[in-house]
Design a protein around this ligand. Structure first.
Ligand SMILES: [Zn+2]
Ligand SMILES: [Zn+2]
Length: 460
């Protein structure tokens, strides 16, 4: 059993991850049934047809989700947890106009208002074709809860968790949820800040890095047991395989960065060969990930700071995970889904919000202004080692972006990949076409590549 089987009539083939997850018709499709002959939904590039269809699909999905939520049961649970203080939940109606205030990634947030002025959020997973299967969904929820519980002990500003449950028969609320503190503040919008304002935020981010640096772990993985600081397997779709029996097989935990990198790339290569990801660019994706596997020794040789320990890392540091008040004080770091531990070199390179996006995608490898200031702040706060990691983080940024990158953004990928080869001084003189030809020759002896090339030719 793959993660999903194809939903097309009687087709038992594995569905393609990501590219084969269509939210418009809410189906998982295999390589064959993704073709236009069978799958008629508009592609996202065709905005005129796609956007209204996507809007309608979202309305359908969320209307159904909201109808499943038993609000009296949720209010009763929340009130019980606060020794009977009454609370209320505004009527739940899907309204596109307020979507950004009630949705965060793949979550819908229901506000619970207590009579004494306290507010909580019920964080509820959305459910569409891009959602993980239930066993994996619950593993990820469990991990997010355990991560937030850990953060409460560290002093890193993050919402406190009060309760959680999964979607199951015995749960009267009707859907899985995490009950958490509603944090004040607004999502950070980095591009709107002046240099001084940025510096103020970065100084606080540096303090958070320094705090997390004081909590080393023995292995790379994710928190997996609420109430403990146990690090178990990773809790993320892209790091999860499924056994033929249908059993979920999340990767990890690992005791070295090398093991982690090898395992994640091997999983991707295996999924490509099994037609579970990266169709229709299977050959390109294979060559890229096969090459990344060969780059691991060069990547690891850069990381002289790694000490065998692992540190907590937020998985999506684009900036909107940081809430700030009107004086630019960080009130909370939110959205800890997929968080995991990583070696120093990975955990403490600069958060991607500080990267110059245009330089990064243009393949330029010099340190950006914000990163330089961030490194300086860490240095001034007495952490030259973390400063050095920030200054030398570019290669790993590129490597981590290239692994698992969505190749639908092909132009973006080409810049990233050229930048990686430049930074490693490896195959750097070749353009994509030249590199591809060379890579096909380099890996020609591998049976998996031969099969993929045959299939590619078969499709013409
Ligand atoms: Zn579709
Ligand atoms: Zn199919």
């Amino acid at each position: 059993m793959p993660m999903w089987n194809c939903d097309f009539d009687n087709c038992q083939k594995p569905a393609v991850r990501t590219y084969g997850e269509c939210t418009l018709c809410d189906r998982h499709l295999c390589t064959q049934h993704l073709q236009a002959e069978f799958h008629k939904c508009p592609a996202w590039e065709d905005a005129e047809s796609y956007d209204p269809a996507a809007g309608e699909a979202e309305r359908r999905e969320l209307t159904q989700l909201l109808s499943k939520i038993n609000t009296p049961a949720l209010a009763s649970r929340a009130s019980h947890l606060r020794n009977g203080i009454p609370c209320s939940i505004p009527p739940l109606v899907y309204d596109r106009a307020i979507r950004s205030s009630v949705m965060g990634g793949m979550n819908y947030h229901v506000e619970i208002r207590f009579e004494d002025g306290v507010s909580w959020l019920a964080r509820i997973r959305r459910s569409n074709a891009t959602s993980p299967p239930p066993d994996l969904r619950d593993h990820i929820i469990r991990s997010e809860v355990a991560t937030l519980q850990f953060l409460e002990k560290t002093g890193v500003p993050a919402p406190r968790v009060f309760d959680f449950d999964f979607e199951r028969k015995e749960n009267p609320v009707g859907v899985g949820y995490i009950l958490m503190e509603k944090m004040p503040g607004k999502s950070l919008r980095w591009s709107l800040l002046s240099a001084d304002q940025r510096k103020k935020v970065m100084s606080q981010l540096a303090d958070i890095y320094i705090t997390l640096h004081s909590f080393p772990f023995q292995s790379a993985g994710s928190f997996d047991q609420p109430g403990t600081s146990h690090i178990g397997s990773f809790a993320r779709e892209s790091l999860t395989d499924y056994h033929p029996s249908g059993e979920m097989r999340p990767l990890g935990p690992y005791s070295s960065h090398e093991q982690y990198l090898i395992a994640t790339l091997r999983l991707t290569l295996s999924l490509i060969v099994r037609q579970e990801c990266y169709t229709p660019r299977a050959v390109d994706a294979y060559l890229i990930h096969r090459y990344l596997l060969d780059c691991i020794p060069a990547i690891l040789s850069q990381h002289t700071h790694d000490d065998g320990y692992f540190y907590l890392k937020h998985a999506d540091e684009k900036g909107d995970h940081i809430l700030i008040d009107s004086s630019l004080n960080i009130t909370s770091i939110i959205d800890w889904e997929w968080a995991h531990t990583a070696p120093k070199s990975s955990a403490f390179k600069s958060p991607i919000v500080l990267l110059s996006v245009s330089d990064f995608y243009a393949g330029i490898n010099t340190l950006g202004d914000d990163e330089a200031i961030f490194a300086q702040l860490l240095e001034e706060k007495g952490n030259p080692e973390l400063a050095e990691i920030v200054k030398r983080g570019r290669i790993l940024h590129r490597f981590e972006f290239c692994a698992g990158y969505d190749l639908a953004d092909w132009d973006g990928f080409l810049g990233l990949f050229q930048g990686l080869r430049n930074a490693l001084d490896s195959d750097a003189h070749l353009d994509w076409e030249g590199w591809r030809e060379m890579a096909i020759r380099r890996y020609a002896h591998e049976e998996e590549l031969r099969l993929l090339l045959e299939e590619d030719r078969g499709r013409g």
